[in-house]
Design a protein around this ligand. Structure first.
Ligand SMILES: [Zn+2]
Length: 228
């Protein structure tokens, strides 16, 4: 037992981000009850799952899955809001770790060489102070023991996709991502990581930027996806 932890716990009461109950000593960020109630997709068990359907025929990928179903007012939405807008990067890291632990035995991470988070444009990054997808990627990396690379960057700002039609979305995301040192990705199988997948347009643009480099492969993992 570390007495310093007890002092910190006394100074900062640790509460579950979802139900706001006090966390037990062994719990972090989200209580066990809320974690177990998050709606798991089990997409990794389904052939041509709803995540893969978003990308099939549009971009060449190996595997794609999302851990949880995203609905408004759900525990998943609260968690994502907290790590995206309320300054809790460690919560994103924890969720990355949590989903990687759940997927570890399924073989989903087999053959992955490198984890790449979907980048934020630097103005958004500067405002937020961190990229939540990078934090998710770090959490995954701590479980699967593969490095995280920030070699992919957003050269143009990309705005929220949900209110745009198909053509506007395509225009909005076209060529927004670039790779800094393309040679470092040659021959690698890259896991692209993002927080939420809605239309998939941002992930498609990120995958296309990576796949411009010869001999690369892409798989996709998000913490959550909207139901289709
Ligand atoms: Zn809770």
């Amino acid at each position: 037992m570390n007495p310093l932890h007890d002092i910190i716990a006394l100074l900062l009461p640790r509460k579950c981000h979802v139900c706001k109950c006090h966390l037990a000593r062994h719990e972090q960020h989200v209580c066990q009850r809320c974690l177990s109630q998050l709606p798991t997709t089990h997409y990794h068990r389904i052939t041509l799952n709803p995540m893969e359907q978003r990308f099939a025929g549009v971009v060449k990928f190996r595997k794609a899955t999302a851990m949880y179903i995203y609905t408004r007012d759900s525990g998943v939405a609260t968690i994502i809001q907290d790590f995206k807008y309320k300054g809790f990067p460690s919560l994103a890291r924890f969720m990355g770790r949590t989903m990687a632990e759940q997927l570890l035995t399924t073989g989903f991470f087999n053959d992955i060489d490198l984890i790449i988070p979907v980048p934020l444009h630097f103005t958004k990054h500067a405002k937020r102070g961190y990229n939540q997808s990078h934090m998710l990627a770090k959490g995954i990396s701590s479980v699967i023991d593969r490095p995280v690379s920030t070699i992919l960057y957003a050269s143009k700002s990309h705005s929220t996709q949900t209110s745009k039609d198909h053509y506007q979305r395509w225009q909005n995301t076209r060529d927004i991502f670039s790779v800094r040192h393309p040679d470092e990705l040659k021959g690698r199988h890259i896991l692209l990581v993002d927080d939420v997948c809605t239309t998939g347009a941002t992930l498609i643009a990120a995958a296309q930027a990576v796949l411009r480099i010869p001999d690369t492969q892409v798989s996709i993992l998000t913490l959550a996806a909207t139901p289709q």
